[in-house]
Write a protein that binds this ligand. Structure first.
Ligand SMILES: NC(=O)c1ccc[n+]([C@@H]2O[C@H](COP(=O)([O-])OP(=O)(O)OC[C@H]3O[C@@H](n4cnc5c(N)ncnc54)[C@H](O)[C@@H]3O)[C@@H](O)[C@H]2O)c1
Ligand SMILES: [Zn+2]
Length: 666
């Protein structure tokens, strides 16, 4: 019993964690199918041990919270509940059976379950007054009216001026609109959205309605919440009425009477799933008649008159055009499948990793094959299998050759399935290495794009990352050749490089690209040793003492720091004055004594952690959230809700420049 309770608690904790990422931060870590599996496990345990069900269990409540620091939370008039999920035809049949038992000759409506986020629209006297997100579903949601006003699909005025009319629908993004947003994000070097749902949710819940307008959201209405001034008896009647008002309702819904009809309608939706220009994640089966719905009622989480059938993860057939080989930072040769583009979970997909020769052999995948691809995490495309019946007659097994595709040096197969280029000076390896070095998680040198790195390697200016810090010696030459653009651009990049010398040392450590040692391991190492010199002096045993550093990592770090070439590289970096020791964050003055700062948005000249360090070193406090006690809010670009909260509390808001001036004062 204790054990089961522990299992339940652990599942709950996991689910709540993913709920927060998904609903509140619009940034999920796992795929929906994985999440659904966790929920299924929890439901099963709870069903077997009903005495262990608690009110706060994720099976009993809608998953999100209403979040808006600016205080614009709105009470729900009608709850915005979730739906009971089912995953098999049998469960659908059971639902239909139960309904037919409980109700007199019920009608079912089967419609697409749009993968977006829920929004309620309130019309008073025929005019849109309020748009509210689901939030916690029962008590309150977030007022996003300003954003809703920017969505073309949303009717601002109805034809008939009913005293009160509330509908609910799904805000979503077409695949095309989504691609455009991500293209732009990429151009601006910003975070890409994982899928249209997250993008739609993130967009609707941010505070700048200009952004909403730009991103082009769409909406389908799928329910009547409440009406005054006219009587509507059923879902389909309500749809007809809404349609006449000019509202965009879910299209091609089907009214069904029998199990067979319901299953057929679900299948039809499943079949057209890939051809739609938006994502759906299931089909909803609902009772049509409102009086019958009323009779059945709802739990604290879901109505009893509807279910959502979830389709298995999307898979597509396509043709394998080529297998490309690329060489990574450590010389590893990775095969990538390049296939005819297909749409999966809202994005166009045409490449997927094939990992290594073993994976290729296991699948027996050959160029020209018809393959099945799917998305793992709804993010990463993968190859599921080869359809052997469709294989062309003249196909040959694919073998990664014994020379490097970039430098032609010999390749070696290590004890795992990996095949590596044996040449440590292979340009492909250097390129990957430097891309990692200047990247956001490492030295974060802005404007140092892949094209420049390629050109500079080709022209012999970069042979290892330390060479970056000697580029200024060639400034005039570079400008003359136009390798990094003209004078202005060249100087801009050289300045960014110069500035990066002051970075916290964990960034440099991450940039060195030691196998296994990413950002968080680097941070741990620096937290422990404080400087490169002390890491270099440490024994393998001592390195192993560091939190999160296991035996293998310790060995790799130790070897890295005792390799002759690497020692030369580190010396080269040291001579260039790149920061290799943690600055003492001892207080250097008391200037900010008693002051609390909150940072919001992106600062131009420094990262957040850097700014926090400065504040602390001057005796001040850096806090994450705005309250009456906050002394200053430092507002960077794209500052969000914290700014609004600061304004409403009358907290002083300063720009980055003003902050810099405060630091410099006497
Ligand atoms: N990946 C993750 O970490 C993670 C975390 C939490 C939830 N999720 C996913 O979220 C979903 C669960 O979320 P949920 O509780 O919001 O339930 P849900 O999304 O499965 O179902 C309820 C929602 O369906 C929407 N909907 C779309 N079309 C509809 C229609 N025609 N009729 C009625 N409703 C319609 C409504 O907005 C309603 O809020 C699952 O798919 C789960 O996998 C994923
Ligand atoms: Zn090579």
């Amino acid at each position: 019993m204790e054990d089961i309770k522990k299992q339940i608690d652990e599942l709950k904790k996991k689910i709540l964690y993913h709920n927060d990422l998904y609903y509140n931060q619009d940034n999920p870590e796992i795929e929906d199918a994985q999440y659904d599996e966790l929920m299924r496990q929890l439901k099963k345990l709870e069903a077997e041990n009903p005495e262990l069900i608690t009110k706060d269990s994720p099976t009993q409540r809608v998953g999100g919270v209403a979040k808006r620091e600016a205080g614009v939370l709105v009470k729900h008039d009608v709850p915005m509940l979730s739906l009971q999920d089912v995953f098999s035809a049998e469960e659908v049949e059971t639902f239909v059976d139960n309904m037919q038992k409980e109700l007199d000759n019920p009608e079912f409506v089967v419609e697409e379950k749009i993968d977006g986020l829920s929004l309620a629209l309130r019309y008073v006297d025929g005019e849109l007054k309020l748009a509210v997100t689901r939030g916690d579903g029962v008590v309150q949601g977030e007022d996003v009216t300003a954003n809703a006003m920017q969505i073309k699909d949303i009717k601002k005025k109805l034809k008939e001026k009913l005293p009160y009319f509330e509908v609910r629908g799904e805000v979503y993004m077409t695949r095309e609109a989504f691609s455009l947003v991500n293209e732009k994000q990429e151009l601006l070097g910003k975070r890409l959205f994982a899928n249209p749902r997250n993008c739609a949710a993130g967009t609707l819940r941010q505070l700048d309605s200009k952004i909403t307008k730009e991103r082009n959201l769409s909406m389908f209405i799928f329910n009547l919440q409440k009406v005054e001034g006219i009587e509507l008896k059923s879902h389909t009647q309500a749809y007809d009425f809404m349609h006449k008002q000019g509202m965009k309702i879910i299209h091609s819904y089907k009214v069904c009477k029998t199990k067979e009809e319901v299953l057929q309608a679900i299948e039809e939706i499943g079949n057209r799933r890939g051809d739609l220009d938006y994502d759906i994640d299931g089909a909803v089966v609902k009772i049509n008649d409102f009086a019958q719905r009323e009779k059945l009622g709802a739990t604290s989480k879901v109505p009893k008159w509807a279910i959502a059938y979830k389709y298995p993860p999307e898979e597509k057939e396509t043709k394998l055009l080529n297998i490309e080989l690329s060489v990574g930072r450590t010389g590893r040769i990775t095969p990538t499948a390049v296939f005819e583009p297909v749409w999966l979970c809202g994005t166009k997909v045409e490449r997927a990793t094939l990992h290594n020769q073993d994976f290729i052999d296991d699948l027996d995948i050959r160029i020209g094959d018809t393959i099945k691809v799917y998305k793992s995490g709804e993010i990463i495309p993968k190859v599921r299998c080869v359809i052997k019946e469709k294989r062309p007659q003249d196909s040959k097994p694919f073998i990664i050759g014994d020379t490097c595709p970039v430098c032609n040096a010999h390749t070696i197969r290590d004890d795992k399935a990996d095949i590596r280029c044996s040449n440590p000076h292979c340009p492909a390896q250097i390129e990957r290495w430097i891309i990692n070095f200047v990247g956001r998680d490492a030295m974060d040198i802005k404007g140092f794009g892949m094209m420049y790195i390629k050109t500079l390697i080709e022209n012999g200016y970069l042979k290892d990352p330390a060479d970056i810090y000697y580029l200024y010696n060639y400034r005039d030459e570079l400008i003359e050749k136009g390798l990094i653009g003209k004078e202005k651009n060249t100087d801009k990049l050289l300045n960014a490089i110069e500035k990066s010398k002051q970075n916290a040392p964990w960034r440099l450590l991450t940039g060195l690209g030691i196998l296994n040692i990413g950002k968080s391991a680097s941070r741990s190492l620096i937290n422990h040793f404080h400087s490169f010199d002390d890491i270099a002096k440490a024994t393998e045993e001592e390195i192993k003492q560091v939190a999160d550093i296991g035996e293998i990592s310790a060995k790799l770090v130790y070897e890295f720091f005792h390799d002759e070439e690497n020692i030369a590289l580190l010396n080269k970096l040291k001579e260039a004055n790149v920061n290799m020791a943690e600055e003492k964050t001892e207080k250097t003055s008391d200037k900010f004594q008693g002051l609390t700062f909150v940072l919001t948005g992106t600062l131009e000249t420094m990262g957040r952690s850097e700014a926090s360090e400065i504040i602390q070193s001057l005796g001040g406090k850096a806090s994450g959230s705005v309250s009456k006690k906050t002394s200053y809010v430092i507002a960077g670009a794209n500052a969000g809700s914290k700014l609004i909260k600061a304004e409403s509390l009358g907290v002083k808001i300063i720009t980055e420049q003003e902050f810099l001036a405060m630091i410099k004062e006497n």
